[in-house]
Design a protein around this ligand. Structure first.
Ligand code: FAD
Length: 175
């Protein structure tokens, strides 16, 4: 039996999905020594062994074409005090914002980020108007010095208060 695709209103889709709170990352890559960065929150962990992550990149972006060529990307998870970088790398250039990259495994990463990953593209899946770039993690670092920048319902947010209870370490064998 064939079912008709449900018509989803674009604004309602954006609003509903906006209720899923995320962190914010800056995705970076480089071609011939020239660095390109863009803000992305469509980022998630995919697999522990091997260590794989996923980013979803709009086909209209400059990053989309660059990733297809470079075959690698950096993920810099933004701290709460880095909102200006999120705006800047989303196409709203910020004046007097120092943009500094640190290089690991020949990949640029944004300085001061909470966590940094270097990923080699292992798969690229077309998905509607985006492409899902799956990357194998080849380098990582993190710091607990700052709180994360959050994105909810189209606005930047901060964590309220301190977490209670012990740290939860996710164990995939429970799944
Ligand atoms: P451009 O728009 O040309 O560049 C991006 C900006 O980065 C420009 O301001 C440019 O000056 C600056 N820049 C780039 N490289 C450098 C450099 N080396 N030094 C200094 N500045 C530099 N889009 C998605 O496809 N997927 C997502 O998951 C996603 N999530 C988003 C989440 C948030 C919170 C926001 C605000 C936007 C998100 N976007 C996402 C939209 C995306 O960030 C924008 O469409 C972005 O402009 C696309 O970048 P581009 O590659 O086309 O490059």
């Amino acid at each position: 039996m064939q079912s008709e695709a449900l018509q989803i209103d674009a604004l309602a889709y954006r609003k509903a999905l906006g209720h899923f709170t995320s962190g914010v990352t800056v995705i970076t890559t480089a071609m011939n020594g020239s660095v390109h960065g863009m803000t992305a929150n469509a980022f998630c962990s995919v697999s522990l062994n091997p260590a794989l992550v996923l980013i979803s990149i709009d086909k209209k972006t400059a990053m989309h074409e660059l990733l297809a060529q470079s075959g690698f990307y950096g993920v810099s998870v933004l701290a709460q005090n880095q909102e200006a970088y999120s705006r800047h790398f989303a196409g709203q250039p910020q004046t007097n914002l120092p943009v500094l990259f640190t290089w690991r495994q020949n990949c640029p990463l944004l300085e001061g980020a909470l966590a940094q990953l270097v990923c080699r593209v292992t798969d690229a899946h077309p998905a509607g108007d985006h492409t899902l770039y799956i990357g194998q993690v080849e380098y990582l670092s993190y710091s607990d010095e700052h709180a994360p920048l959050l994105f909810y319902s189209g606005k930047y947010k901060a964590l309220e208060g301190q977490a209670t209870g012990p740290t939860f370490i996710y164990d995939p064998s429970w799944w």
